[in-house]
Write a protein that binds this ligand. Structure first.
Ligand SMILES: Cc1cc2nc3c(=O)[nH]c(=O)nc-3n(C[C@H](O)[C@H](O)[C@H](O)COP(=O)(O)O)c2cc1C
Length: 312
């Protein structure tokens, strides 16, 4: 199994509802070394569910791209992986970290952390089904008393996976507390595979620091990349560069989803103008905008200074 050819060391994390094709293109244009789809149900793929299949559409510009699967049955995961391989991604990723009850209480996602031997079987079923490299994204354990990553990682290595991404929290933590980068570094120190460290990176500087101190091959950025694709290349956009980028994102959303894309864009819009001078009123108006034309018009008015106000 080959390691995929990835140029750069800052990777966009998979995020349901955010890392769709338009945003993945934006992230790649700003230097993300690799991108992931959000988690996609292996069962949905095998059943041919239209909405599930739609989640896997990607543009060549997004490469290298990983399609992330979740599931808990080895034969379903293997069949889903075979079908995904035909779509031609660069990597197939297995989700062993999702903490959402609808996923992990049924035994998928982070549910697999509770049984490392079974997690290894799932990974082996997928690596055995495809020629593409397979990666796994894990958390460091189910809860505080079962941080079993040093048991899990060798099982995944034996299963033939090529890469492991580690979010340094337990499932019980969900997104609370802070990511345990000592645990991530411990995995990077013992594993023969490239390790991608993940959790709480808030800036480009943070990313570089984590790379140096953790011994990871790469780091993965999630929440802090929303509204800030510049986190990947370290650039600081001016107000007009920001406005131009948001217009580009709006056009990509419109092209990909049609008019309904404006609703999906609202959560990005709120983040893009976060912390920008004089942007509070613009943000308020943007998150209520109901068409692409209206949003583009608001941004033009922002650039012309129409939203400037002394109290901002
Ligand atoms: C809204 C949201 C959706 C997420 N969806 C996924 C997902 O589909 N697959 C996955 O492996 N992780 C998912 N994650 C977890 C992130 O990939 C990442 O591990 C986590 O947010 C920690 O990184 P960060 O501190 O840089 O955000 C999601 C996180 C958020 C906030």
């Amino acid at each position: 199994m080959d390691t995929p050819d990835i140029a750069g060391r800052l990777i966009l994390a998979p995020m349901a509802g955010f890392t769709d094709s338009p945003y993945r293109r934006i992230a790649r244009r700003h230097g993300a070394a690799m991108v992931y789809t959000e988690l996609v149900s292996a069962e949905g793929i095998v059943r041919g569910n239209r909405k599930t299949l739609d989640l896997m559409r990607f543009h060549p510009e997004e490469r290298p791209i990983a399609i992330q699967l979740f599931g808990k049955e080895a034969d379903v995961m293997a069949e889903a992986a075979r079908r995904v391989e035909r779509l031609g991604p660069d990597l197939i990723d297995i989700n062993m970290g999702c903490s959402a009850p609808r996923v992990c209480s049924g035994g998928s996602g982070a549910g697999l952390l509770q049984n490392p031997a079974f997690a290894g079987e799932i990974a082996a079923a997928v690596t055995g089904a495809v020629r593409l490299p397979v990666s796994v994204k894990i958390r460091i354990g189910w809860d505080e008393s079962t941080k079993n990553y040093l048991e899990l990682v060798p099982r995944l290595e034996d299963a033939g996976v090529s890469l492991i991404a580690v979010h340094g929290r337990t499932r019980a933590q969900k997104y609370t507390g802070s990511a345990d980068w000592e645990a991530i570094a411990a995995i990077a120190a013992v594993s023969k595979l490239p390790i991608i460290g993940n959790g709480d990176i808030r800036s480009h500087r943070d990313a570089l620091d984590r790379l140096t101190t953790s011994g990871c091959a790469a780091v993965m950025i999630g929440r802090a990349a929303v509204g800030n694709p510049w986190i990947f290349n370290g650039a600081a956009p001016t107000a007009s560069e920001l406005a131009e980028e948001v217009r580009t994102h709006l056009r990509l959303m419109s092209g990909f989803y049609g008019e309904r894309g404006i609703v999906l864009m609202r959560k990005h819009l709120a983040r893009y103008f976060h912390g920008f001078r004089n942007a509070a009123r613009l943000r308020g108006a943007l998150v209520r905008s109901s068409s692409f034309d209206e949003a583009i018009d608001l941004i033009g008015r922002f650039e012309n200074g129409e939203f400037d106000s002394p109290e901002d």
